[in-house]
Design a protein around this ligand. Structure first.
Ligand code: NAP
Ligand code: HSE
Length: 427
């Protein structure tokens, strides 16, 4: 085997990067895995579109069968996105005995088990390192690097677009919409950026990470998620005054045989290294029973960083082809999935209440907290307009159930006009 042929599905942000990395690092691939890579064909939607990379126009096609059913193509590199149509194409490719490398977390979070089983059945590799945390080799680390340990927690920033937006809002006072537009122009956002800003993309990544980390079949429906679209400049500023930074945090925790997986905007201490993770960068902490705390940091989105993860997976497929061991790398979940209930999850919380500034308001608010058994760590009142004031408080650790209950009671209280915002204090 002196050359392998690949067919690419997609030539957008990631696809262009893949072409560049293969072109520029061909000698490293030949040296490392002993054979060269030829890009045989590339699927796109618009044959006329200008591309970010120079490609021989004759290899570009809009007909998927020219790639999926071409017997001379060994590996499919899927960097086009989408779910249902893409799933069908990849299943057909696997039946045609083609290995697959994909960057598609939407697909893997929803149909990972089906695709991995089909790959194994057909003796094919299916690698998806680029689907989580862009250029950071986190999946390989979780599976191989922690093969001897038992992971009990994975926490971090796994979406580049929202981290970019929060950084620009916090450090440069830019508006949410202005920062989102920049993230889109830089190629970080999904085709529909709602997936980023509403936390869905991060939730998919946390489902993939916890499936591998805890060896349980964790799907998108098992992740409680919330995005950043309602995070205000005011909340970011309050966080700063208290010594916290606002981040979209993915957290997967295991105690015994029960797990809890969430994605939400949360406050983290300014002194924690996650607070210093800026722009499109991601960082993931993985805690093992034996190793303790480890941290993985790097670009979480963007053309070349993501392409390095794709092409490294490709090198893995090539190595397996040379050794004749394709189709044996998938690790299937070992344990049944058991989710924690909300009275088993304990966190600190930040709360901003808009209240009537009158005699007894503070006493009423604090008495609701004591009725619910939630201890308040810090509290202060900030006069606004006329008789309206804001009460900002930080709790000690409380169960999520008690916290949800108190939100209902506060909303029903005569003195509280509305709950302005509430966030977990994660670290
Ligand atoms: P993109 O820039 O929108 O590129 C998508 C490419 O796929 C385009 O070339 C498009 O063709 C082609 N395509 C889309 N639907 C198609 C269809 N139905 N038939 C044929 N061609 C089709 O997207 P991207 O940012 O590169 O992302 C691609 C995948 O990588 C997604 O799954 C995304 O979640 C994932 N990912 C992205 C990043 C990132 O930083 N951008 C990082 C990690 C993972 P045309 O060019 O002709 O429109
Ligand atoms: N839209 C994703 C992000 C791309 O911003 O993180 C990388 O997966």
């Amino acid at each position: 085997l002196d050359k392998i042929s690949i067919g690419m599905l997609g030539l957008g942000t990631v696809g262009s990067g893949v072409v560049k990395v293969i072109r520029d690092h061909q000698d490293k691939l030949v040296h490392g895995v002993g054979c060269a890579v030829q890009i045989k064909r590339i699927l796109v939607q618009d044959l006329e579109k200008e591309r970010d990379v120079e490609v021989d126009r004759s290899i570009i096609t809009a007909i998927s069968a020219e790639i999926i059913d071409d017997p001379t193509i060994d590996v499919i590199v899927e960097v086009m996105g989408g779910i249902e149509e893409t799933r069908k194409l990849l299943l057909r490719a696997l039946e045609n005995k083609k290995h697959i490398v994909t960057a598609n977390k939407d697909l893997m979070a929803l149909h990972g088990p089906e695709l991995l089983e089909t790959a194994s059945k057909n003796g094919c590799d299916l690698f998806y390192e680029a689907s989580v945390a862009g250029g950071i080799p986190i999946l390989r680390s979780v599976v191989d690097g922690f093969a001897s340990d038992r992971i009990h927690k994975i926490i971090g920033i796994v979406n580049g677009t929202t981290n970019y937006i929060l950084t620009k809002m916090s450090d440069e006072g830019k508006s949410y919409l202005e920062a989102l537009k920049e993230a889109q122009d830089l190629g970080y956002a999904e085709a529909d950026p709602e997936a980023d800003v509403e936390g869905i993309d991060a939730a998919r990544k946390m489902a993939i990470l916890s499936t591998l980390g805890f060896s349980m079949n964790v799907g998108l429906g098992d992740v409680r998620f919330k995005g950043i679209s309602r995070v205000s400049q005011e909340d970011i500023e309050y966080g700063k005054q208290l010594g916290y930074t606002m981040k979209l945090i993915g957290a997967a925790e295991r105690e015994g045989d029960r797990i809890d997986v969430t994605v939400q905007p949360a406050l983290i201490s300014d002194s924690h290294p996650l607070a210093a993770v800026k722009n499109e960068n991601n960082a993931v902490y993985v805690y093992g029973d034996a190793v303790g705390e480890t941290m993985f940091y790097g670009p979480g989105a963007g053309s070349l960083p993501t392409a390095t993860a794709v092409v490294s997976d490709l090198a893995g497929v090539m190595r397996n082809m040379r050794l004749g061991v394709n189709g044996h790398s998938a690790v299937f979940p070992q344990f049944p999935k058991k989710l924690k209930t909300t009275d088993e999850v304990f966190k600190k919380y930040f709360l901003r209440l808009v209240v009537e500034d009158e005699v007894g308001t503070l006493a009423e608010v604090t008495s609701l907290f004591s009725q619910e058994g939630i201890s308040v760590e810090k509290i202060w009142q900030n006069p606004k307009r006329g008789s309206i004031s804001e009460i900002v408080l930080v709790t000690h650790k409380a169960s999520q159930k008690n916290f949800e209950d108190i939100l209902v009671k506060l909303n029903d209280s005569r003195v509280v006009k509305r709950v302005g915002s509430s966030y977990r204090i994660e670290i």
